[in-house]
Design a protein. Structure first.
Length: 344
């Protein structure tokens, strides 16, 4: 135990569970996993995992299961070397990621690995924890919790790890932390995490899928197969949005090759009929990650004079959908309806 990295993983859904499995199987980490809705089930039965990388795995449990965030000081716990956050990120819905993880962070020691989507997600973390290294994890891993405690992992786990630059810290130490994380995560040999210091490029590249295909599928409720079949959807919506992302990325210093557009569109075979994550969230009445995925890209592009009409409309629609979800969850106040019946 003493030669293993003490790791806290927050969010054991599809991506988080495969991350925990990789880490525990590799033998270089002891994982404490924080679960929410699936805690009681996993505590009793473990996870049932069907994985393209690991095969059929029954009864998997990380070393320690919790349904609360550890408070290192109050509980007198050993410090966590890494905190991996694989939850969805909703900066417009409290509590924030920084607020959630604060009790588990040891100042100047804990490395925070954000395996989350979008741009500028590191800024609130660096502001909250200026002495801690913050890592970027860009994940391409087709893994979903299809029922409570049941994980279907269909696409090979690809993880690109780099360090978000913190002006308070030494860049060489940040890069070494990212390389060490790759070594721990890939020790099982079941996946090949890649150290990629160009964090900006990795994140803009994934936005071609997430800001465009993901968001358009969510709005239209057409999965990645049907969006390719639907009349005009690719030419009138998906491709224009992707070209706007490419232009914004270029303005930010990251040249995305034009062939990436077709690659992202056809990455999921038509007959897979895959509903991407944001579409699943909207279908289930959950919040969606529109701010980090669409809003930040839109803000970065417009700040550099890039016209982004398609993304502007997508952002406006997603913001309205998010407001609807907040209303349904009782998070916004609206005036009570009045009787406007015309009296005779």
């Amino acid at each position: 135990m003493h030669d293993k990295a003490n790791i806290l993983l927050i969010g054991c859904g599809g991506i988080g569970t495969i991350s925990a499995l990789n880490l525990e199987t590799g033998g270089k980490a002891t994982v404490t996993a924080v679960l929410r809705s699936n805690y009681e089930h996993v505590k009793a039965h473990g996870f049932s995992i069907k994985s393209v990388d690991h095969g059929q795995v029954e009864g998997f449990r990380p070393s320690i299961l919790r349904n609360t965030i550890p408070d290192v000081e109050q509980e007198n716990l050993p410090p966590y070397k890494y905190i991996i956050v694989t939850t969805k990120n909703y900066p417009d819905v409290p509590p924030t990621v920084a607020e959630i993880i604060r009790p588990a962070v040891t100042r100047g020691y804990t490395r925070i690995a954000l395996v989350q989507n979008g741009l500028n997600i590191e800024k609130p973390l660096i502001a909250a924890f200026p002495e801690n290294i913050v890592l970027s994890g860009v994940s391409f891993c087709g893994s979903h919790e299809v029922a409570t405690g049941k994980i279907l992992h269909e696409d090979d786990d690809e993880l690109y790890v780099g360090a978000f630059r913190n002006p308070n810290l030494n860049p060489e130490e940040e890069d070494e932390a990212a390389k060490e994380f790759c070594a721990i995560y890939g020790a099982s040999g079941k996946c090949k995490p890649e150290f990629n210091p160009n964090v900006g490029f990795s994140r803009w590249r994934k936005l071609l899928y997430n800001a465009c295909l993901n968001s358009i599928c969510a709005i239209t409720d057409l999965d990645t197969g049907r969006i390719q079949l639907a009349d005009g959807a690719l030419d009138n919506l998906v491709r224009p949005a992707m070209e706007e992302i490419r232009a914004a990325a270029t303005a930010c210093g990251h040249d995305l090759p034009p062939e990436l557009v077709d690659f992202m569109i056809t990455m999921d075979p038509i007959t897979m009929y895959n509903p991407p994550s944001m579409q699943v969230d909207v279908r289930k009445g959950r919040f969606c990650e529109y701010e980090n995925i669409v809003g930040e890209a839109l803000q970065e592009g417009k700040a550099r004079g890039v016209p982004m009409p398609t993304l502007t409309v997508l952002y406006g629609i997603l913001k309205a959908i998010q407001w609807r979800t907040k209303e349904r969850k009782g998070l916004v106040d609206i005036p009570a309806p009045e009787d406007h019946t015309v009296k005779q």
